[in-house]
Write a protein that binds this ligand. Structure first.
Ligand SMILES: NC(=O)c1ccc[n+]([C@@H]2O[C@H](COP(=O)([O-])OP(=O)(O)OC[C@H]3O[C@@H](n4cnc5c(N)ncnc54)[C@H](OP(=O)(O)O)[C@@H]3O)[C@@H](O)[C@H]2O)c1
Length: 237
């Protein structure tokens, strides 16, 4: 089936930033293919958004090769892919271990989820993105460029993700490729990174979405951006 509305695949769309971005794109009439591991919570989000647009929920882990094939098939059912959002991410423990205490299995899971999976999914979907002159948006982190105790595995994975985005951009210049640091957000992942801390001063993920939409709308050159650079400033009368 080919739809006329633009289509986006958003990974990790049942909570936090992924859910907030999916909601905003649904309100714009985008057709959405969404994933997350927890089927029930994903189904709740899909049911809510299906009131305003076409939504397909495909539950599974991006780290699972068979699930990625299901996602690609779901995308193809709806036609060319205008936007691929790599948002699902693995933190690697709570509290996060220092590198000397990091067990290899955790490190592998972080790299599989945050690096190998987005690379593989992108590779699978390049023809679908090319057909739509599409955009790839990878959600990065300041940990990709700064060094914090305990953030070694996650930071290395986000640095690698940034690098992949840059290389894909060099190899496929007809598409737009963005790695975006959203900044701190009040989400389950952020709470896991700061166990026991009051994170109520962090902005909600919905507050980052206007910057992402502005980036997509203005389509700057491919590259790495901070969402704060695209923040929509309030005009004071
Ligand atoms: N929050 C921050 O302060 C912050 C700062 C910088 C960057 N980021 C980045 O922003 C992005 C969104 O984070 P968030 O804070 O919004 O996270 P979140 O609220 O914890 O939500 C994560 C979402 O991803 C899904 N998910 C996790 N692992 C998955 C997997 N292997 N396969 C498919 N779905 C998976 C989760 O659902 P299930 O658990 O059911 O799978 C959930 O829907 C991430 O890339 C994160 O690294 C966050």
């Amino acid at each position: 089936m080919t739809t006329t509305s633009p289509t986006a695949l958003i990974t990790g769309a049942s909570a936090g930033l992924g859910r907030a971005l999916a909601t905003a794109l649904a309100e714009r009439g985008w057709t959405l293919v969404l994933d997350a591991r927890g089927a029930d919570r994903l189904a709740e989000v899909a049911t809510e958004l299906a009131r305003v647009t076409t939504v397909e929920a495909v539950a599974g882990s991006v780290a699972d090769r068979a699930h990625r094939a299901e996602l690609a098939a779901a995308v193809r059912f709806h036609g060319p892919l205008d936007l691929l959002v790599h948002n699902a991410s693995e933190l690697g423990g709570s509290p996060q271990p220092r590198l000397e205490d990091l067990d290899p299995h955790t490190f592998e899971t972080v790299l599989q989820t945050n690096v190998v999976a987005p690379a593989a999914l992108t590779r699978q979907l390049i023809p679908d993105l090319v057909a739509a002159h599409g955009t790839v948006l990878a959600i990065s982190s300041d940990a990709a460029v700064e060094h914090y105790e305990g953030w070694g595995a996650y930071g290395a994975s986000k640095a690698a993700l940034d690098h992949l985005v840059g290389t894909f951009a060099a190899e496929q210049p007809a598409l737009r490729w963005y790695a975006v640091d959203p900044g701190d957000m009040r989400t389950a992942m952020h709470q896991a990174a700061f166990p026991g801390e009051d994170i109520s001063d962090r902005p909600v993920p919905e507050s980052v979405v206007p910057a992402l939409l502005r980036l997509l709308d203005t389509a700057p050159p491919s590259g790495r951006y901070r969402a704060s650079e695209y923040a929509v400033r309030e005009v004071l009368a």
